[in-house]
Design a protein around this ligand. Sequence first.
Ligand code: FES
Length: 298
Amino acid sequence: MLNHIVNRFIDRQGWLELVADFLQGVVDGAYKLLGKPGRDLKTLANGTWLGHPLHPVLTDIPIGAWTIAVLFDLSYLVERSHGWVSAADVTIFIGLLGAIGAAVTGYTDWSDTFGRERRVGISHGLLNTLVILLYLISFLLRVTGGSRGLAILLAYAGYLVVISAAFLGGDLVFSIGTGVNHHAWQEVPTKFTRVMLEGRLTDNMLVKAMAGDTPILIYKKGNTVCAISETCSHAGGPLSEGEVDGNIVQCPWHGSRFEICSGLVKGGPATISQVRYETRIQNGQIEVRRSEDTLQPN
Ligand code: FES
């Protein structure tokens, strides 16, 4: 119910589209400006090396640190002991460091979204940017001998906003499915299943075939026939419409790169590899089954 009210409110904020256009241009532009190192940096921020988006890992740091800081500040207000002051200041600083990492990775992931997820994502991002500002001012007041009362008030306001922003972050994943592995619910044939006639294959061409309801990407090079999931694990893009460069296929939607024969993810924003299939040819038909050594977790 609360989720419904919040989403209707966000849908009515037309100005968010303008902000989103601008910020997506800034994030994309910054990575593109750096060329190949920028692409590697973006993949690093996506968490491809981790096999899992990096952003939700980092968000635990500020939320955890600032939750403890709420208690330290409260203890100071009750006891007026200087020990609580130092403890709160250190935890707020640790939270700020984690929040900056979470902001960089979060805006990076968000830059590859569109539609409703982009709108909810920018609301989540802007709220968290406000949180960082509140905590930054609170921290500066603390270390420069400013009003401790105001510093605590700002930190408490920041904490309320970060909890609201976390609600939207949860909504992005659990309601909209942002960052969720797009193979998670796909039926994967575990027994050899016919997918297409061998004669339809041409060397170096990406072909989409079906194993029941599951789309499979078939690729032939010389005597080798490779098969991996056709649906990109990142957001469901059609890999058969992508481009091949050496042994890499690039998704047409956001540019994730996968090894065409192993399914291994080599470049973000995808963080999860494609399902790899074994292939065989029987009576002129190509058959596939899920490989034992596939790198896909499902
Ligand atoms: S759907 Fe996003 S990179 Fe493939």
